[in-house]
Design a protein around this ligand. Structure first.
Ligand code: ADP
Length: 272
């Protein structure tokens, strides 16, 4: 009888434990939902006033309301640059909001990574100039034709390359390498920067996550770029991963499916 009583007590305690766990999960789901709703409302509501600010600042900068003196021009230029940063943040928030609601669209078609990657690298290498960072781009001689959305591929490259420059040390090299194996194309972006600890690597592709190395630093960021990048890669049937060592550097690698040898035309559009 004693044993039965003890078993009954244990089963009651287990039930109570389960109820508490369920309540916690429910609370967590509610918080997640509130976070998604907040991101959605904030990003949509910020868009129009921000566009208006951008438009008027640019009109004044372009001299449409008369000439500016040097100081006025400088101050307005700073306002314009910060508006652009805010605009980028709102665009990122909008992407996150579309991802969580499954409305992010990808229009895939055939593109040659052998052309696309060097082009985007050439546009972005200026980001490394002030730290005297060299950029090396390696592509195979033959075309590397993948099925992907060109705008999204550019967005992925821009996110990863700007991070590579942002977290690189002075006078180092950023290396971008395109390769292919069977039905998969791969792009590796390697830097010789601050690196990421193993513990942080595990959480790196989550939204709003910033590594220990930068959390209290002056390097600004939102922790949204890599999350969006991961979603965009996965949306196009690719994979992304990172290899990194603290104070040595990081390599971000991602894949995309190759177009078939028969030259398959654009596949179905996909959405997250
Ligand atoms: P952020 O806006 O903070 O750069 P990301 O989502 O692009 O946001 O990156 C998330 C975090 O991952 C960064 O805050 C940084 O800690 C780390 N990180 C990303 N890329 C690199 C890199 N190339 N080298 C070192 N750390 C990186």
């Amino acid at each position: 009888i004693k044993m039965l009583l003890r078993l009954r007590q244990q089963s009651l305690a287990l039930n109570q434990h389960n109820d508490e766990l369920e309540a916690l999960l429910e609370a967590r789901r509610a918080v997640e939902q509130m976070k998604d709703e907040f991101i959605s409302i904030a990003s949509h509501e910020l868009r129009s006033p921000l566009s208006a600010i951008k438009m008027y600042v640019n009109m004044v900068l372009d001299g449409e309301v008369g000439p500016l003196n040097e100081e006025q021009g400088q101050f307005l230029q700073i306002a314009e640059e910060n508006t652009e940063r805010l605009n980028q943040l709102v665009n990122d928030l909008l992407d996150v909001s579309h991802m969580t609601s499954g409305r992010l669209q990808c229009q895939v078609r055939e593109i040659d990574l052998g052309k696309e990657v060097p082009q985007t690298c050439a546009n972005l290498r200026v980001l490394g100039d002030h730290k005297h960072i060299q950029t090396e781009v390696m592509v195979p001689p033959e075309p590397v034709v993948v099925l992907a959305d060109p705008d999204r591929v550019e967005q992925i490259l821009t996110n990863l390359l700007s991070n590579a420059y942002k977290y690189s040390l002075e006078e180092t090299t950023v290396t971008v390498c395109v390769s292919h194996r069977g039905e998969v194309a791969q792009v590796d972006i390697a830097d010789q920067g601050i690196g990421i600890s193993e513990a942080d690597q595990a959480r790196l592709l989550e939204s709003f996550f910033r590594a220990e190395t930068v959390r209290n630093s002056r390097i600004s960021g939102t922790g949204l770029g890599l999350y969006i990048t991961r979603k965009l890669v996965e949306l196009q049937a690719g994979e992304i991963w990172v290899e990194s060592a603290l104070d040595k550097g990081s390599t971000f690698s991602w894949t995309l499916p190759m177009a078939t040898a028969e030259g398959e035309v654009s596949g179905p559009s996909t959405s997250a």
